[in-house]
Ligand binder design. Structure first.
Ligand code: FE2
Ligand code: FE2
Length: 201
């Protein structure tokens, strides 16, 4: 699909059992207003990256909209799903920052009836990355970090890296995230280090 291609309502029918507008309404209902604005900017950024790098702009837009679907859910809700759905028990030692991606896919399927494995994987990986990431995984990982509302030290470098290649964008983001966690005495989820080792050379 080439740059400049404009998505039409019909394009979403393959993945969504309802309209794109309905998806927006469902997501808006569970997110704080600022976060809803963030996910729309991520969707726009992801769609643009998909067009630029010959990816799938429809999946990019949908994954962008749903990537933080569970971000405002309570810790209790996450903990009970981690136990009942047999997620890695090691996850219980972490927090919403990790859970909303890895465990968030459970809610995306259950509440939004989105079962597309490419989208679910991109949502799952958006918080910690992974040693192996598809083009869509990389696009969502980067779009979440560089969307136009982001304003933190290092974001400009990440925007520029994403213009060099998706891989450069992922590497820059992981480097920046790890440095931030370490500098601020925060715990690092071990899989984030696996991602770092795979992408940063
Ligand atoms: Fe997120
Ligand atoms: Fe996000």
């Amino acid at each position: 699909m080439k740059r400049g291609f404009i998505l039409k309502a019909n394009d979403f029918a393959e993945i969504l059992p309802y309209s794109y507008e309905t998806l927006l309404t469902k997501v808006q209902a569970v997110l704080k207003p600022k976060r809803f604005e963030h996910v729309k900017r991520v969707a726009d950024t992801a769609e643009a990256l998909a067009k630029q790098y010959d990816g799938d702009p429809i999946r990019a837009r949908i994954a962008g909209i749903v990537h933080d679907y569970a971000k405002d859910f309570s810790d209790e809700r996450f903990k009970s799903v981690i136990m009942s759905q047999k997620f890695d028990p090691e996850l219980l030692a972490y927090n919403n920052g990790i859970w909303h991606g890895v465990v968030g896919t459970y809610f995306v399927q259950k509440d939004l009836q989105i079962y597309d494995s490419e989208i679910l994987n991109a949502v799952k990986k958006h918080t910690i990355g992974a040693p192996t990431m598809t083009k869509l995984d990389q696009i969502i990982f980067i779009a979440d970090f560089i969307e136009p509302g982001r304003d933190f030290p290092g974001v400009e470098a990440a925007r520029q890296a994403a213009q060099v290649s998706l891989a450069a964008g992922v590497a820059c983001e992981l480097q920046s995230t790890l440095s931030f966690l370490i500098k601020n005495h925060k715990t690092v989820y071990p899989k984030t280090i696996d991602s770092y080792n795979a992408w940063v050379h």
